[in-house]
Design a protein around this ligand. Sequence first.
Ligand code: ADP
Ligand code: ZN
Length: 723
Amino acid sequence: MFAEVIIDQDVKAIDKTFDYRKPENLDLKVGMRVFVPFGKRIVQGYVVELKDKTEYDESKVKNIISAIEDFSAIKGEMLEVMRFMTKKNHLTMASTLRLFLPSQMREGKVREIFETFYSLKEKDFIPAKNAKKQIEIVDFLKEHGKTSSSVLGEKFGYGAVKALYEKGILEKDKEKIERKPFVENLADKKVELNLMQKKAIAEIGGTEVFVLHGVTGSGKTEVYMHLIERELKKGKNAILLVPEISLTPQIMASFKARFGDFVALLHSGLSAGERFDEWKRIFAGEARIVIGARSAIFAPIENLGIIIIDEEHEQSYVSESNPRYYTHDIAKFRASFNHCPLVLGSATPSVESYQKAVAGEYKLIELPTRANGRELPAIQIVDMIGEIRRGNIGIFSAQLLADLGQVVQNKKQAMIFINRRGYSSFMRCRDCGYIAKCSDCDVSLVYHREDNRLKCHYCGKQYKVLTRCPNCKGENIKYGAVGTQQVVAKLKELFPNVNILRMDNDTTSTKNAHQKILSEFKNSLPGILVGTQMIAKGHDFENVVLVGIVDADQSLFQADYRSTERTFQLITQVSGRAGRSKDEGKVVLQTYVPRHYVYKFASNYDYKGFFRKEANIRQTACFPPFSRIIRLLFSDNNENYVREMLKVCYTEIEQLKSVYGDQILYLDAMKSPIKRIQNKFRYQILMRVKLEKADEIEEKVFEIANKTSKNGVFLEINPSNMS
Ligand code: ADP
Ligand code: ZN
């Protein structure tokens, strides 16, 4: 018998299967991990196929040395997922398989932990009268039965325990300890489903993909829980994906409260050991609901009855570094493998997903009102150019200041949201609101400090820095964004007696810092929480009556074709924080371009209106989802080598034009906006192609890239980060 083995090394040249002979006495199964001789070394590998014959010279085929575990660590379904992903995303098999296993397992570091337990062997033993500790131990064991060594040792001293064991009075055995992630105990909150929720649950089923469009607070979580419960009753299992940042303790506790130990959690807060143990519980079928961030889609759970992706529009579902993948693709693949539905839930579905619902490829389900009957908070748009004209050049508008004053007076709470994405910044005229844009691409130009230039991240075109506004001829042109620190300082000046808290990357770098800030805020009345994207979702504070969005435009003028969509999503999410309880909420949104369509639609919570407008614009401009952007990024320490790779590759890709003609909307080669990272020079080829032949062209481009440049090339589809 022979086995096809993938070597566990992320090297393109050896990313194929190698034949090995199965030793007689080894019970080998597909999906097992094995040790094999490879060259002069012994390496780990995965068995992906068993067969009777090999096409190689049998005398030269080497033996498998041994199996690493006595079970198939990679289950059949996951082997199929691997095949799907390597093809779809041009990944190596080894790097893909690594996604499916806890890293500790591959490194052989963390295994089960065992603890020693003692029990009484000689029940009639009576210790000597002066051996007080021994008497106590025997009495304790008579009463409590089997007890762990650490408990006995701490209570009575390890010496006494050891003495009794050596006399043969105690016997010991080892038991496996499971490390379980800590989750707060919470009572299950049973609610009566409303009609819309019932309807949604009734409609979801079969093997379709559903877009569940529910406004913030519409009770989507309750719908998820019922869907999962329904599948559990049928004997099936479930995966629920949630963005890392929304995996709040409350969410985890409420699922534990309802489903108990059936729930397994996978998130970045777990220790390596906890992660490994949760993985094992899933693998063994003990845990039947996997809740986790993006990578939980690789959980070794079988017999799926439903897969749910919450906040499906979130960018974090895209893995932008190697191995590159899009969670939705894998979820779709697994759903269809298991013949079960996939639910994409969001208050602001991505344009891409919603377009598919409009086109009939997905099914649309709506929850148009808040579950508790509360209105969504009113959003007031404040024109910051008007403020400047009235002589207010500060961070806060008169309106926001007045409303903050009211909150403080009423001993309520406010959240101030600072919109910050990435590090880039755009140029803006403070007099008229003009933003510098690329003449070819209609996206904002990004200011690059290192060479004092404005650059388009889509086509690479460079522009001189403006000193005078082309629109109003004013000279009040600025770049840069307001920071959280600046806002906090200003607020402290204005409201010296109010507790003002800050939540951003700087203040949350330590473990549990998040929780600390949030619980301090909870107890601050009045209180103001200033923060970035981190405060935008998941939090449910009943005393928050005001949300201020300081500079809504920050995400609007990013050099990204999705920036308007992102802005809409952010506003909707941030607004959802206000007025969740009995007090009416309000949102003050400050902008320099108050007439931009995104603000009109967002302030009316008109997702559909926004979608129609946005889809229309993208269709006209031929941007995704109505086209596909392909980016090839080349990088290497040797600049000449990168340039050479780029040139050879570009010349070949250019020839595709003669075959595909106007299917190729745009093609160019250039330096990347960030020319060098970690001493590696970066160049790129950018393409925009029509959808019709996009798969074909992508495949060709990949082949060319692979052929002309062995390593150091990275292919991305519809990237959001073009730096
Ligand atoms: P979403 O995820 O859609 O933003 P949530 O699931 O967080 O909304 O629900 C918002 C609030 O409404 C929660 O406190 C939840 O317990 C409550 N809720 C959900 N369904 C109902 C219902 N049918 N009746 C009353 N309250 C509900
Ligand atoms: Zn451009």
